[in-house]
Design a protein around this ligand. Sequence first.
Ligand code: UDP
Ligand code: MG
Length: 318
Amino acid sequence: MSAKGIMISVVIPLYNEEGSLPELTERLHSVLASLAQGRYEILYIDDGSTDTSLQILTKEATNDNRVKVLSFQRNQGKSSALDIGFRHAQGEFVITMDADLQDDPDELPNLIAKLREGYDLVSGWKKKRYDPISKTLPSKLFNYVTSKASGIRLHDFNCGLKAYRQAVVKALRVYGEMHRYLPALAHWMGFRVTELPVTHHARQHGVSKFGASRFVKGYLDLLTVLFTTRFAKRPLHLFGTSGSLLCLSGFLILAYLTIGWLLDSLYFASHVPLTLFGILLIIVGIQLVIMGLLGELIVRNTLEAQTEYIMKKEINIS
Ligand code: UDP
Ligand code: MG
């Protein structure tokens, strides 16, 4: 660490948060003044707000050039806002947080301290949460499934408050609704991920921006995450295993029926449903295997999938 200290970027996606912005900016300036000795940027991503958010931010950015603003022409979603924020963030440490003051600026020093312990990503954990039950209950289920599927044990994947080393944010590509899975994605890329309990507050101004559709989208994106990270380079491992197992079960059933038929010529006739089931298993199984093989062919032909590596270090490489 240089004597001047490390630069910190705070990346904040926002959509119609005029009620919270003035207080948020003020509190961030005061926390960051001591934490980063003045070397920081507050990067607001206005996700197509239709209220006065952009006017407020424009004024704040004029007063202090450490406040930076990127504004989408239309609402693109939180993931896209984070993505563009990550591309522009210049700090060695990058913090993301929501703009609605549900995340507490006073947690920044704790997150940074955890990064300094050697972690690459520190994910906030809203241990005591102030949200309606219609939110907390599905969220528990979501976190359980994601935790099981991803193989990384976290209580709260979707906390807006997170801290990253620069290498992580430059490696992550956030699209769709992927912002929910960033710790899992980083974990698979080989980064060190941990979590830290953070204080959480009830929303003071405005309304939540995520409706019921987030469940469907979240589920579909989990499939994408699993597929693109775990199996993108070896689709046959996914389809081949299940397909072969189905085929094998089908064969066993038919073999069993055939033995029965050899002993008793009316055996098939009295086992029509089981016969059909055996045939169904074989047909579906073969289709899955073929799908896996086709996937392999596609992967082999896509240069990008073969050359996308995240490097830790390159020496004397230009
Ligand atoms: N947000 C955004 N674009 C959207 C939806 C939300 O930038 O399309 C921002 C929102 O302004 C807030 C953060 O993402 O800063 C989290 O949203 P919200 O507080 O509505 O989610 P919740 O806390 O209810 O899960
Ligand atoms: Mg919120």
